[in-house]
Design a protein. Sequence first.
Length: 455
Amino acid sequence: MKPTLEKITLIGAGLNGPLLAILLRQRGFAVEIYERRPDMRRVRMSAGRSINLALSTRGIHALQQAGLWERMRSIIIPMKGRMMHSIAGELTFQPYGKNETEIINSISRAELNIALVNAAEEQGATIHFNQRCTGYDLKTGVIRVRNESTGEETTRETAVVIGCDGSASAIRAEMLKLSRFNFSQQYLDYGYKELTIPAGSHGEHLLETHALHIWPRGSHMLIALPNIDGTFACILFLPFEGTDSFASLSTPAEVVQFFQSRFPDAVPLMPQLADNYFSNPTGSMVTIKCSPWHVEARALLLGDAVHAIVPFFGQGLNCGFEDCTFLLELLDRHDADWPRVFGEFENERKVNTDAIADMAIENFTEMRDRVADSRFLFRKKVELALEAKYPEVFVPKYAMVTFHRIPYSVALARGAVQDRMLGELCESINRVEDLDWAKADQLIRRDLSPLETRQ
Ligand SMILES: Cc1cc2nc3c(=O)[nH]c(=O)nc-3n(C[C@H](O)[C@H](O)[C@H](O)COP(=O)(O)OP(=O)(O)OC[C@H]3O[C@@H](n4cnc5c(N)ncnc54)[C@H](O)[C@@H]3O)c2cc1C
């Protein structure tokens, strides 16, 4: 692509904004970012907002494209599988994939954000912190910005604006004023809260390091992801209302008692449990779908701003990073022909972001409930046996989403076919040895073609 001095304005220096800035700078675009928060390298982030993320193949690919993956290696911890904690304290390990390469990586949101912001500035992007976008004129391309420290309001002219401003996007709010703008938001009745398991006295992890720990309890769940400093970032998922809910746990004694009865082996590891619980905010989880994603060639939405999803497939960030690389692929292919790029971006991407949004909601039930169900675990074993015999054809849905870069919509469709197949094959057996391989062979030949995959 020929280098250009065309200036791109990004709103939001969360995770997608700086990555996109880096990729655009590498093509010679001038990039400015407006971020409403202060610079997190200088101001401590408020407690309970640092939630760890699971980074997998799609996100890693994007970081490789940006030349950043090697730099990230020092701040990630590979997680090889789920470690389930029963009420009795028994541990069961379930690998994520078929081998040691099929793993996911725990990374602190704050560390990742700082690394991306540093790299974006090194590449020559300008980031204006403390500058909240308060409006955008879709006809003239003028944005309104408020300095969050002084309250001063200013306007800026822009040629191309990309809203990377997360699930409460200000750019999307302007698009909502357009006639025939489609928008849906669906909140879960569940909220989440960050808690911490501190490091041991020698800085060591007090639980198995290379696992994502889960305490699945049906209507509620606790998970823990390892940090490089020996701590675990835990997330408690609970209904907002009702018995055993955020509303029902209103005193330190109630919180501790609840944990003792549901997550007893976690309690001795969490000396600050009640303090953490009451000082950290309770977050909500939302699925957002909308269209169109762009206004002519002037404004585009990307990442959570256009497709926020619930966190149960660990894909929100991975999917947003894939948006960034796909957008750049289109820019390269069409030589920065913005109308064409924005049109194709939405056409090809929306079907896939809708698919991962639906799979993420489905996975909520799987994580909080089914991972502890013996029939579900048996089906997982059969799934792995089928994958071992037909590695090019039968790839579990979790693996298609997490370890491949095939379109999410393909993973959803093939996953549904495989699910039906598993139902039929597991119906009357309890041991993998009893699997009817002739029938499996027949079903696979009939219903599945080899997976066209991109690593
Ligand atoms: C509990 C939880 C766990 C998660 N776990 C995972 C996981 O394991 N793996 C995964 O891939 N994803 C995960 N996600 C999803 C992931 O966090 C999001 O998909 C990702 O942060 C989206 O990045 P973004 O840049 O689009 O938005 P954000 O990260 O929300 O960034 C938006 C930025 O825009 C700024 N901003 C907002 N409004 C304005 C404005 N008006 N003007 C200027 N700036 C503005 C914000 O301050 C922010 O910095 C999780 C999410 C949650 C809630």
